[in-house]
Design a protein around this ligand. Structure first.
Ligand SMILES: [Zn+2]
Ligand SMILES: [Zn+2]
Length: 358
């Protein structure tokens, strides 16, 4: 099986032939059709999530066909088309019992899954390793999805879409008529924008530095866009539109954006930090008043507080009804061998989402 292997933080990924072991217990093996390329993958292969003590295969936005299952797996059977997510859950810990599967405290343990022909182990990034022709994951990481969504965008349901839409629906719990500001209109931010539009937010403001992303944000339902790269005062521009926002969702892991977001909040406004940068040692210079004045709230958001088996079928129904945009998220597709080009094109900031199609 071919996979794109990261051998070290400064090196281009290399396509290697690896051995993938059979699924055990509650695991399933998925013959992958496609995988999105997410910024978190780049953080991983650059060593920002932790030192790379062995080669690693990244990727966590997969879609494919189940072709083998462990003896205890019940969620999917061979032949099912599924998405592959990094959200793995035991189902029985205190967090899972409370419905917070994305915060599982007893994530499944995996015996080594990938090896080189000489026996050396290769790590599975995010326990998903979808930059490969196949992967073995815990059954809690997959959701059967049928055939409604094409290969190139289906994998995005595993991260970008659930994180963006879920941050609005599940985490911030935006209500009809409220005002929402989304800072960063990339793969996650655009989904926060369309999530806000779908729940009937009155004002949806997208802030980005790239004109093309602001154009996309309008197509995804933003009522206003603010170009943060201009000479004007971004915070003032947003405050003029919202008179103080009910919700600010910061989808770029930047301290400056979080501080700007705080200044955009109105009374009882909530700032949601969607995705925390790895190895973040940046301190936020907060005062008691800037953090909590006006009854404001600060919250973190992980994976859009998603319950995969609830949220993914719901999103697919909205897509089938023509109410959720997925195809429009894909900027360009690449074969597995083109992965380094796909990553480079993402890093220059213009792509919404680049996708590997196998
Ligand atoms: Zn991701
Ligand atoms: Zn759990």
């Amino acid at each position: 099986m071919r996979a794109a292997v990261c051998r070290g933080p400064e090196e281009a990924l290399v396509i290697e032939d690896l051995d993938l072991r059979a699924p055990e217990s509650r695991e399933v093996r998925v013959r992958l059709q496609a995988s999105g390329i997410c910024h978190s993958d780049v953080h991983l292969i650059q060593g920002e999530w932790g030192d790379l003590d062995k080669p690693v295969v990244a990727g966590h936005e997969g879609v494919g066909i189940v072709d083998a299952v462990g003896e205890l797996a019940t969620r999917a059977v061979a032949g099912d088309r599924v998405i592959v997510s990094l959200i793995a859950s035991c189902g029985t810990c205190r967090a899972c019992a409370r419905g917070w599967l994305h915060l599982c405290q007893g994530r499944p343990k995996y015996a080594p899954r990938l090896r080189r022909p000489n026996g050396d182990e290769v790590a599975c990034g995010f326990d998903s390793a979808t930059f490969a022709e196949a992967t073995v994951v815990h059954e809690s990481q997959v959701v059967p999805i049928g055939d409604a969504v094409p290969h190139d965008c289906a994998g995005l349901l595993a991260c970008a879409v659930i994180t963006g839409v879920g941050s609005v629906w599940n985490s911030a719990r935006v209500k009809p008529g409220e005002s929402v500001v989304v800072i960063g209109a990339g793969g996650v931010g655009l989904n926060a924008v369309q999530g806000a539009a779908l729940v009937g937010a009155e004002t949806v403001v997208a802030v980005d530095l790239v004109e093309g992303k602001l154009t996309a944000a309008r197509e995804f339902g933003a009522t206003h866009v603010v170009d943060g790269s201009g000479d004007g005062d971004t915070v003032e521009a947003v405050r003029d539109i919202t008179d103080g926002a009910d919700h600010v969702l910061v989808t770029v892991g930047s301290r400056a954006a979080i501080l700007q977001g705080l200044d955009m909040l109105g009374p009882r406004g909530t700032l949601a930090a969607v995705g925390i940068p790895p190895r973040d040692e940046a301190e936020l210079p907060l005062t008691m008043r800037s953090a909590f004045g006006g009854e404001r709230r600060l919250m973190g958001v992980g994976m859009g507080s998603t319950n995969l088996m609830v949220d993914v079928p719901r999103l697919i129904h909205l897509y089938e009804q023509g109410r959720l945009k997925l195809d429009e998220l894909v900027t360009q597709t690449y074969p597995l061998e083109g992965i380094n080009d796909g990553i480079a094109a993402m890093m220059d900031g213009r792509a919404l989402r680049n996708v590997l199609v196998y």
